[in-house]
Design a protein around this ligand. Structure first.
Ligand SMILES: [Zn+2]
Length: 398
């Protein structure tokens, strides 16, 4: 069984050890040592990284009660020097101990117990057994930071299961009879195998990012120490850019954003109104120039979106009993055919017939049909053909 040096000293970063077994893990070389300062992933805390005689340690996993050091390169020596990545170890001390304190604070301020903990690569989270409100979150965050700033000593000791229970710390079954306890003096005591700092002060600061309903409780996401500073720095930069873009000081950003949203809404209403009026004017102009009785309006536009073409067709057939055969020429050919209520033409059939020429697809029901195709060069022929069918129909009927 490997002697786990990090349990006694979570600040130990260099050590000498003997290779006692060699194996493969997921196709990569792996070794078991007689002693190690590398933490293997467990209890929500990820593994340490570093090197063994220069070979990168890319993962550390527990397998059948052994600590496997998974390597990025083969290792030949039997006596090796291990080096644990200092920044990652410090990061894990900050995040994991911050979690202990935050979990205790949620018990104290909201009687919410932590069900599970995940230390993520960027953000950590705890799942609690109660649904929490914003006030609970703020109170727990403040309480946690007070404990951090009081720089309370953190102590680790191993006791029997019965002793742990007498102290109010219930260990999971897999902990066996030797229970490792992590204590933040006068505040929190819990069984844990992770790497923790000597003082709560090392956590630096705890920043809750957000919380959400999760199952029948809450999920709280947070960052500690250097990650909290990084998050605040990133968000401060984003706010500064927004402040420059909106020409508003930081505290007035919400009001400025709301003004812009309202202005945009008003501008969109105005644009819709103007378009409606322009289309009505265009519809009247087309009708005034359209021959036939009922009039047959035929027109082609450059680059109009199908929605505008349809709106114009509806304006035209709404003004007076008539037939509208409209087209738009863009990267594709668009067609919108319509007739006023009470006129006898089969508009969808008329459109299908025209679409044969432009090689496209479309459809419709009753008095309106629309479609389009790639055959832009045949658009004029398609319109002329539809117009002649309608005119033949009206002269036959008349
Ligand atoms: Zn823990």
């Amino acid at each position: 069984m490997t002697l786990r040096l990090y349990r006694e000293d979570p600040y130990l970063l260099e050590f000498d050890a003997t290779v006692v077994a060699r194996t493969l893990h997921d196709g990569r070389p792996a070794v078991v040592l007689d002693r190690t300062a590398f933490y293997a992933e467990s209890g929500g805390q990820p593994w340490d990284t570093g090197t063994l005689d220069g070979a990168p340690v890319v993962a550390v996993v527990e397998k059948d009660d052994q600590v496997l050091h998974v390597l990025g390169a083969p290792l030949v020596a039997d006596r090796v020097r291990g080096r644990v990545d200092a920044e990652r170890r410090r990061d894990h001390r900050q995040q994991h101990h911050g979690q202990h304190l935050l979990s205790r604070a949620f018990v104290d301020v909201a009687k919410a117990r932590t069900l599970s903990f995940h230390l993520g690569a960027e953000v950590s989270s705890i799942d609690l057994d109660r649904e929490l409100g914003a006030a609970d979150i703020r109170a727990a965050e403040l309480r946690t930071n007070e404990i951090v700033w009081e720089a309370r000593p953190v102590r680790v000791r191993t006791v029997t299961r019965a002793e742990a229970e007498a102290l109010g710390a219930t260990a999971p079954d897999e902990a066996g009879d030797a229970v490792r306890l992590v204590e933040a003096e006068g505040f929190d005591l819990q069984p844990c195998g992770g790497t923790h700092p000597r003082s709560t002060a090392e956590v630096g600061v705890v920043l809750v990012l957000d919380h959400e309903r999760y199952k029948s409780g809450s999920r709280v996401r947070f960052v500690c120490g250097h990650r909290a500073v990084g998050t605040v720095r990133e968000r401060t930069d984003i706010l500064a850019r927004l402040s420059a873009l909106l020409s508003a000081p930081l505290t007035e950003l919400p009001a400025a954003a709301q003004r812009i949203a309202e202005g945009l809404l008003a501008a969109e209403r105005r644009a819709r109104d103007l378009l409606e009026r322009a289309l009505e004017g265009e519809a009247r102009r087309l009708l005034a120039a359209a021959p036939g009785s009922p009039p047959v309006v035929v027109a082609t536009y450059e680059g109009w979106p199908p929605a505008d073409l349809r709106a114009l067709a509806l304006q035209v057939v709404g003004l007076t009993p008539c037939v509208a055969l409209l087209a738009s020429r863009a990267d594709k050919a668009h067609l919108v055919f319509a007739q006023s209520d009470g006129l006898p033409f089969d508009v969808p059939a008329l459109l299908r017939d025209a679409l044969v020429l432009v090689g496209g697809r479309g459809g419709g029901r009753g008095n309106v049909a629309q479609g389009g195709g790639d055959g832009v060069e045949h658009l004029a022929d398609a319109l002329a053909r539809a117009a002649s069918i309608v005119r033949d129909g009206t002269s036959a009927a008349g």
